[in-house]
Design a protein around this ligand. Structure first.
Ligand SMILES: *Cc1c(COP(=O)(O)O)cnc(C)c1O
Length: 377
């Protein structure tokens, strides 16, 4: 008989995160509402300039969500019908949908041992129609951009970055999102820098792309309010921007905390031969990882997950267990990605967030160690 657990460790604790800073956040919300400052106001302008500075890019534009960021970006660089865009199947369906909705063909690639887009797989998928490579800076890690840039240069392709999960991560000192013609960020509440609803950003160093994005996200209106192009309404709410402005100030501390938790998991679980852990914070000096997620590979993954659930520990299988190429309803019927298929029988995300205590991490590690040491006869 299983004794129900008295302890619960949620995968992500939205309310605890709010309550940690409730007085400051309430003050900000009241301030914005008392000013009636909702759309394209100073908090957004300030956030965009601080985000651009944080990422080391020339321009940042707040948009409605991370999905819009990708498809508006694709439109700005004029990806369209007959074009192919290569990206990993291990991503959110939004990456693929964005490519689909500009009329281009999503081409799905494998991931390598560090869970990032595999350069060899990318190269094998290039055709005369390929226009862009879109690395997904997943789990708070940036791809080896030297390898991908070399492939892009060799074949005359653009690099476009889905850095929805990558804010603050770096490769050779350069921020995720700053390598491509454009990069995109998501401020979904459980993302590294989360707002209180949907939010996203597009960043770029290119003046012409910046100009197009400014129009695309605001119904084609220029700085004087005159309509000069076709556009949509996809603006980051000023209220969300005010919240993000506040959170960005202490974001570097959040990154330190996430890296400490990753090191803690590494120290406690690194010896278990049944697991493959993500690269540790000190693994490779070229990579600065910020651990949006702590995604492991585990033997007997489903049993482990059930066991942890019974002990009050909530884990998640990314994308509800389905990489993009397995969505047959979306037309991916004959895509062979054996490495990704195998990965999705083994992958699991352990709790990873700034609300987690050291004691929580120890509890999780104790239960994982117990699981592998006590084989049911
Ligand atoms: C979250 C996410 C998105 C979409 O962001 P939303 O803000 O939810 O629209 C896109 N790509 C990846 C890899 C993501 O994790």
């Amino acid at each position: 008989m299983t004794i129900p657990s008295t302890r619960t460790i949620p995968f992500f604790n939205y309310s605890a995160l709010f309550m940690e800073q409730e007085p400051e956040l309430t003050h900000i919300i009241k301030d914005v509402c008392r000013r009636g400052a909702y759309i394209l106001q100073k908090d957004l302008v300030e956030f965009e300039s601080r985000l651009a500075e944080f990422m080391g890019v020339k321009y940042a534009f707040g948009v409605a969500n991370g999905t819009d960021a990708i498809w508006l970006g694709l439109m700005a660089v004029e990806i369209g019908s007959k074009d192919e865009v290569i990206f990993p199947s291990h991503t959110y369906v939004a990456t693929a949908a964005s490519v689909h909705f500009v009329g281009a063909t999503p081409v799905l690639a494998e991931i390598g041992p560090d869970h990032m887009l595999d350069p060899a797989s990318v190269e094998s998928l290039i055709t005369t129609r390929t226009k862009a490579i879109m690395p997904v800076q997943i789990n708070g890690r940036t791809c080896n951009m030297d390898l991908l840039q070399a492939i892009a240069d060799k074949h005359g392709l653009m690099i476009l970055e889905d850095a929805a999960q990558g804010l603050g991560s770096k490769f050779k000192g350069r921020s995720a999102g700053s390598f491509g013609r454009f990069g995109t960020i998501s401020f979904y509440p459980a993302k590294l820098l989360g707002c209180f609803g949907d939010g996203g950003a597009i960043v770029t160093n290119d003046d012409a792309i910046a100009e197009k994005i400014a129009l695309l996200r605001d119904n084609g209106r220029n700085a004087e309010g005159r309509v000069v192009a076709w556009g949509f309404n996809s603006r980051l709410d000023n209220l969300q921007a005010a919240i993000l402005n506040f959170k960005l100030k202490t974001f570097p501390d959040d990154i330190v905390r996430r890296r400490t938790i990753a090191a803690h998991y590494q120290a406690r679980l690194g010896e278990l031969k049944e697991l493959a852990l993500p690269p540790s914070p000190e693994d490779d000096p070229r990579h600065f990882d910020v651990y949006q997620n702590y995604e492991i590979e585990a033997d007997r993954r489903d049993e482990l997950r059930d066991d942890l659930e019974n002990k009050g520990i909530r884990t998640i299988i990314q994308w509800a267990g389905t990489p993009v190429h397995q969505f047959h309803e979306l037309g991916f019927t004959n895509v062979m990605l054996p490495n990704t298929d195998r990965f999705f029988t083994r992958c699991l995300m352990l709790p990873m967030n700034t609300v987690l205590s050291d004691d929580d991490v120890d509890y999780i590690c104790d239960k994982i160690c117990d699981f592998y040491r006590h084989e049911v006869p």
